[in-house]
Design a protein around this ligand. Structure first.
Ligand code: ATR
Length: 278
């Protein structure tokens, strides 16, 4: 039986084994998917031991997405641009590093949530690893503009500089929260880790355009602090990142197995589990 795993620290909370096992059942693929806890200084040793004992590939979660870039012997263009890897595929001695997070976000937005990027003004909050992972696929969706805002303004500018060559005709700008005054946006995506501290990013009032969409890459049983802020500002089209989680998994599964699972039933099953658990 082919073996796959997700590696992180911590790892007990990971939903990837549930998702991939559901995909395997649905597509009748004979595989086993497990969760592996790697010591903080032992990511590459954990990958090597899994690979040399017959593992076919792994997903990578916090805090190892940067380390996985180094472990990979080859990077896809989107992983190289992101500077982060969430999927490793083992082909003999070659370890291919890819990043399916951004495609997962764009698929969730455009296919599941009927929120196209083309022609829209998109605001991305945050300039850390999570934001870097989604910039290229967002630009490839051809929005009218992409604005990156970060608490530490210099990081937003650095992110802009490193992706500027991919922007083409798209107005691609960066700044801090104070620069948002007087602007409004059609799609606002929260890629900060503020929710982990139970905080929302420090957003001014009035920057959601009429009929705007608010998307939080984090997820939870109820509204995240960012989604609660958006709702309080009158936004009615909102989503958290559970769909992105399922879609990035579907993309990894398709890379590994050559078959694309139907993500919709798995997403609604996970949503039910999330909202019914105490
Ligand atoms: P990740 O890999 O999850 O992106 P990260 O690289 O540590 O983690 O980045 C966290 C992001 O969330 C950063 O953009 C951070 O802003 P700074 O660069 O200024 O640190 C942002 N962030 C974290 N807590 C925040 C808060 N309370 N308000 C606004 N932004 C926050």
């Amino acid at each position: 039986m082919d073996r796959y795993a997700v590696i992180g620290h911590p790892i007990k909370h990971s939903k990837s084994p549930l998702i991939h096992t559901a995909f395997a059942r649905q597509t009748r693929q004979d595989l086993r998917y497990e969760a592996l806890l790697a010591p903080l200084d032992g990511f590459s040793a954990t990958v090597e031991s899994f690979r040399t004992t017959g593992g076919r590939g792994v997903n990578v979660t916090a805090p190892f997405k940067l380390a996985a870039c180094v472990t990979a012997t080859r990077l896809t263009a989107r992983a190289e641009a992101a500077g982060a890897v969430n999927t490793l595929t083992f082909n003999g001695d070659i370890i291919v590093g890819d990043n399916t997070d951004g495609v997962g976000l764009v698929r969730d937005l455009t296919v599941n949530l009927f929120c196209p990027l083309a022609g829209r003004r998109v605001l991305l909050l945050g300039a850390g690893g999570a934001a870097r992972g989604v910039v290229l696929p967002l630009l490839q969706g051809k929005p009218t503009s992409l604005t990156v805002i970060n608490r530490t303004v210099s990081r937003a500018h650095e992110l802009r500089t490193s992706f500027a060559r991919h922007a083409g005709q798209i107005s691609f700008t960066a700044g801090g929260y104070d620069d948002l005054d007087g602007w409004d946006f059609d799609i606002v995506i929260n890629a900060t880790s503020a929710s982990l501290e139970n905080e929302a990013p420090p957003l001014p009032d009035g920057f959601f355009a009429p009929n705007a969409f608010a998307y939080d890459m984090m997820y939870g049983a109820g509204d995240t602090p960012f989604l609660a802020t958006a709702r309080a500002q009158g936004v009615t089209r909102l989503a958290d990142g559970l769909g992105m989680l399922v879609e990035q998994a579907a993309e990894s599964f398709a890379l590994w197995r050559g078959v694309r699972p139907n993500s919709a039933p798995v997403l609604s099953w996970l949503r039910r589990k999330l909202t019914s658990s105490p």
